[in-house]
Design a protein around this ligand. Structure first.
Ligand SMILES: Nc1ncnc2c1ncn2[C@@H]1O[C@H](COP(=O)(O)OP(=O)(O)OP(=O)(O)O)[C@@H](O)[C@H]1O
Ligand SMILES: [Mg+2]
Length: 360
């Protein structure tokens, strides 16, 4: 990690010290009669990793886009690193000012659809904004870009263009590109939702690494509940423009206090979604959660298979994956089986799906 540690350390420098990295104070936003944010109050501490969950259309992306100054709030105050990004008075149209632009530069965002420049190489994508927006030299921008591309595992692809890469690789380029602007706050808007299931893990691994090795503030909208549980300091359940419930991941996922949160978590139950026809990260991780809790799983034993078992400390599962049926066991928590066992489950798939969880 040594070259990367230096690269990432510089990302957090500068800016006024503040106890609150992001704050939304009574923020409202409507499109016509559709009031998307309703007097939202919400804070994120410096270095905190926060996941936002909530139903479609509830305003999650709007929160991130306001922080990127891609949307303007109708009312309320938004600050980043103690500096005002928006100070919106009702009835007065917001305008970007020098101050807004300077504050907005503290924030980087990774979009659902990557948003890379398709005609530029990977390297050109990463150096473009540092040169043209930050005004740093091409040589310096290139040196840092190479370091960041190494961090996301794509150094050997720097001369390729985005259409020559897989979705997972493109999203990793997008992460490097955002990091190249040295943001102190990183926003992720469902960064894996446009990816094929087998590519999700490689992107989550990069985000996991950023979350665990840097003190960057991270705000992530995600449907990968198990991942949110793993990397977040705090999870915010959001609906109809307001916060329904916020707390540590154990509380929100294992002991939600609000009925709306319970309903939502049931509706996005990964057995019925992610496990269908796939070996996605979240699916296998739910198997592990089952092993942990000792609860029997009925799973979704429909045409696509799903989780079955397990009340003996092992989670068993079976899937129909493409035209092949695979099944296996993962676990185990007891001392004499410290690793992951894949029984009747192709080794390669097993490693790809669960190999990154060293603590299992
Ligand atoms: N530019 C826009 N013009 C009009 N309506 C918009 C615009 N952007 C968002 N909306 C509306 O605002 C609401 C919230 O949208 P937003 O994208 O923030 O939701 P979300 O929680 O991110 O949903 P999803 O989980 O589907 O991504 C939706 O009803 C959406 O249709
Ligand atoms: Mg969204």
């Amino acid at each position: 990690m040594s070259p990367h540690t230096d690269t990432l350390r510089t990302l957090n420098s500068g800016g006024a010290p503040s106890d609150v990295e992001i704050s939304f104070n009574n923020v409202s936003k409507s499109w016509g009669s559709n009031q998307v944010l309703r007097g939202l109050n919400f804070e994120v501490a410096p270095g905190e990793k926060v996941s936002i969950i909530g139903p479609s259309g509830s305003g999650k992306t709007t929160i991130l886009r306001i922080l990127m100054t891609l949307e303007t709030p109708d009312e309320g105050v938004v600050t980043v690193g103690g500096d005002i990004l928006w100070d919106a008075k009702p009835g007065v149209k917001n305008k970007e000012t020098k101050q807004t632009i300077a504050t907005r530069r503290k924030v980087g965002m990774v979009f659902q659809q990557f948003n890379l420049f398709p005609h530029m190489t990977v390297l050109e994508n990463v150096i473009e904004a540092p040169i043209h927006v930050l005004g740093i030299s091409k040589a310096e921008a290139t040196e840092r870009a190479v370091d960041l591309l190494e961090l996301v595992g794509l150094k050997e692809h720097m001369k390729h263009t985005p259409p020559e890469l897989s979705g997972g690789q493109q999203q990793r380029v997008a992460i490097a590109r955002a990091l190249a602007m040295r943001p102190r706050v990183m926003l992720f808007d469902e960064p894996t939702s446009a990816l094929d299931p087998e590519l999700i893990g490689e992107v989550l691994n990069v985000i996991r690494r950023l979350a665990t090795t840097t003190d960057m503030t991270m705000l992530m909208v995600t449907h990968e509940m198990r991942f949110a549980q793993e990397i977040s300091d705090r999870v915010v359940m959001f609906d109809k423009g307001v916060t329904v419930e916020a707390g540590p991941p154990e509380q929100i996922f294992k002991n939600p206090q609000q009925e709306r949160t319970k309903q939502f978590l049931k509706a996005v139950n990964p057995y019925s979604r992610q496990c269908e026809n796939s070996m996605s990260d979240g699916c296998v991780e739910q198997a592990l959660a089952g092993a942990d809790s000792g609860e029997p799983y009925a799973g979704e034993n429909g045409p696509h298979g799903g989780l079955v078992g397990a009340d003996d400390g092992l989670a068993e599962f079976g899937f129909e994956r493409r035209d092949q049926v695979v099944g296996g066991q993962v676990g185990a928590r007891d001392d004499d089986r410290p690793g992951i066992r894949c029984v009747g489950f192709p080794d390669e798939l097993c490693r790809a799906s669960v190999g990154h969880r060293p603590h299992v």
